[in-house]
Design a protein around this ligand. Sequence first.
Ligand code: FAD
Length: 410
Amino acid sequence: MTAASFSSLQSDHSPNSSNSQGVGVRTSGSAAPKPATPDFAVLGGGLSGRLVAWRLAGAGHRVALYERGGPEGGEAAAWVAAAMLAPLAEAAVAELLITELGVASLDTWPRILAELPEPVFFQRNGTLVVWHHADRTEAPLFERRVRANAPRELADAHFTTLQGAQLDAAEPALAGRFARGWLLDGEGQLDNRQALAALAAGLAQRGVETHWHTSVDDANLPQARVTIDCRGLGAKPALPALRGIRGEVARVHAPGIGLTRPVRLLHPRYPLYIAPKQNDLYVIGATEIEGEDRSPVSVRSALELLSAAFAVHPAFGEARILELNSQVRPTLPDHRPALIWDGDATLRVNGLYRHGFMIAPAVADEAVRVAEALLAGRLADADAFEALRAGSRWASMLHTTQGQSERAHA
Ligand SMILES: Cc1cc2nc3c(=O)[nH]c(=O)nc-3n(C[C@H](O)[C@H](O)[C@H](O)COP(=O)(O)OP(=O)(O)OC[C@H]3O[C@@H](n4cnc5c(N)ncnc54)[C@H](O)[C@@H]3O)c2cc1C
């Protein structure tokens, strides 16, 4: 394992000293005990890094986490995400592995949130899918894609057609506005920023050594027995096949509309969602633009997002724009998440693309399983890795660096 001294990185930000979140301050001085090498160094404290570090610390391990941004999570794709947990709706653009990870994670989120020290808005009130009459040819396409990618029993049980008065009763805020729609019941969403904050508080509570505002570079990795790389797009130097897919969202305050669940509008060019959070806050998203451009939202995208919201409900015309923001989704060539073992003592968790919140609990569980095998010395060679894969529900997510680069070039 590459494990150079960490002293150069921590000159400005010694462990647990650099944040304003009430994390303990370690005093320096000759009498201070030298910190022991942690079991795990988690690189990147966005969504997956926080979750993995929190889970490992909960299992009794000594964990250090390094994040280039602050505890609020403002540098992460997770900061901008709408955090919809919609495995069936996403099956229109994702394959079975993602749907199944999403279903497993939907059941796990409430247990995670119940253990965090701060409240997080979480809802399982379903997803409503609607379309304007002019775009009605989109509807059978959407349904066909969902049914092709999702397990049959899931689609049969949770895909309910609503017409006229049924639709009006299900979502009174949209009464009279759409003739038909689908309710994908049981789907969920949460508040992404509350989740990041609660996870940061959870890390502090579990004694994770947090190094906020600390950028880790591959030539100078912190010392640890096992390294878990959760840097999202920041892991590109180690995973050259990674690419970014830009997404733009608007956050608006719209009192009085009262949507009760995320609404997806089918459209041939501007498919859009509106996710209602607490206190009349709505996240309207999201564009999908190939590239890693993190410049501000374009006029074109802002017009598309806001016009589509206005078309769902004209009261959005009076909403107040709180924020227009962009971020980049970390994406592997096959658009699937991956846990990639380097053959030594590093595991990379990446490729969460547009489904990070939806699948993170199941991905983190599996990452913890592999990471603990590494720590215990049970993952020492290719045969051991194959045995671990064979025992995994998510075998197609487990790769070695060599296998991953072969896939990238296939
Ligand atoms: C517009 C948009 C909408 C989205 N909507 C949804 C949605 O509705 N539902 C859903 O499930 N998902 C959604 N996502 C996807 C989700 O946000 C991502 O899949 C998820 O955030 C990826 O998690 P991650 O931990 O891999 O990466 P990130 O959340 O990006 O975290 C990576 C972290 O690593 C840190 N880092 C990078 N390099 C370094 C370094 N060298 N040293 C130290 N730290 C480093 C970064 O600062 C960052 O905090 C959306 C994404 C976008 C952009």
